[in-house]
Design a protein around this ligand. Sequence first.
Ligand code: SF4
Length: 120
Amino acid sequence: MFHAYGKIIKVSGREIAVNALKDEAEADKIIEWLRNEINRVWDNRDHITPSEITPEKPKLIEILKLLPKTNCKKCGLPTCMVFAAQVVEGGRGAEDCTELTPEKKKQLAEYLSNFQLNID
Ligand code: SF4
């Protein structure tokens, strides 16, 4: 079981479970990503050196600084804080806040580009 893209993903035997999916399209996207990752790891298994270092995540406060903080709910979430928490986990991105100015959207996208979180 692990966290990725704002979801809890559980892989066991012949079953994959993902929580809080928006729709079937999102499920297909995550399954495709997972299949590619499993195949990539298998293909490169002889060249992979395991790492015990946890990758750095975006900082919630840095994301929150760029958001309008109006809690308008247009993103479908109750507050900008909840939105920022989902961005940290990769479940949302700069494009999902409709209230960001183009400049702030660009700044947020640039900040997030320092972290590998996108399935696309
Ligand atoms: S759309 Fe943007 S400003 Fe509105 S609640 Fe969501 S994150 Fe906050």
